[in-house]
Design a binder for this molecule. Sequence first.
Ligand code: SF4
Length: 324
Amino acid sequence: MTGPLLEVHDLRVVFPTRAGPLVALDGVSFDIARGEILGVVGESGAGKSLTGAAVAGLLDPPGRIASGEIRFGGRRIDNLGPDAMRRLRGRHIATIFQDPLTALNPLYTVGRQLVETLQTHFPQSTAQARRRAAELLAETGIPGAAARLDDYPHQFSGGMRQRVVIALALAGEPELVIADEPTTALDVSVQAQIMDLLKRLSRDRGLSVLLVTHDMGVVAEVCDRVAVMYAGRVAEIGLVGDVTRAPAHPYTAGLMGAIPSMTIDRERLLQIDGSMPRLDAIPPGCAFHPRCPRAFALCGHDRPELMPAGASRAACWLHREGGA
Ligand code: SF4
């Protein structure tokens, strides 16, 4: 099939409140090709996790998609009912979250959980499913996979548990994995191994990945393209090489300055003054203008849309025709 696997167009997510709707995502558009890893990056409150949740049909009520479209394999999915969305999610779109324990049942062996998931997706005997379960654990890098089928989740380390979650996610042979901060809870050395695993699975299986992260370093290591989010909107989008080499949006430049390294203390990473605005206090004009070192008069009252900016696209008036 040609065309992107996932197309998100002008997505708007709102939370109704007594004081009126709070707009949490506003005009978010991007697509993901087959076999591509798109990083969605930003600080806490930027809307990156909400974007993943909206695509997966997992928005917490009362949050809802107010307008826009999400297409998967060319088919519109934002208007599917809960049952159809659950079927799609189990089989074609898989999710991986920060805490592997939320995805695993502590009372069942990992073998049982994998076998049940495999049999839900593809009718097969228990013996066949156990063989396939061992293969999946091996594929995700669990040593002595067959012998570990009868272990319980608590018998695995954090990193190994996340590998089990990835094996479970792969059981339905999904085309898209939405991974929301999948390594944040893990040790730094284990984080790199899990990211390598996602990269290898994308390459070997042609798997598309929407990777939600706050970490530009992870994006630079793992992703093909990146969408930088700020205050519920896409601030910049482009190929990772282009965006990291020459960030076009001052917010991206700030995040780049905050790339964590294996050796730097995270406390020292916040190099952008101020903080993400609350949903009920998003400034007029460019939402980043109160924090932007390059803001000028126009920024405070006119909101920039994405526009060509070097090799990427950025929502920043510095790139309007004729310059600032
Ligand atoms: Fe900064 Fe203005 Fe660009 Fe916003 S539009 S990022 S305030 S220069």
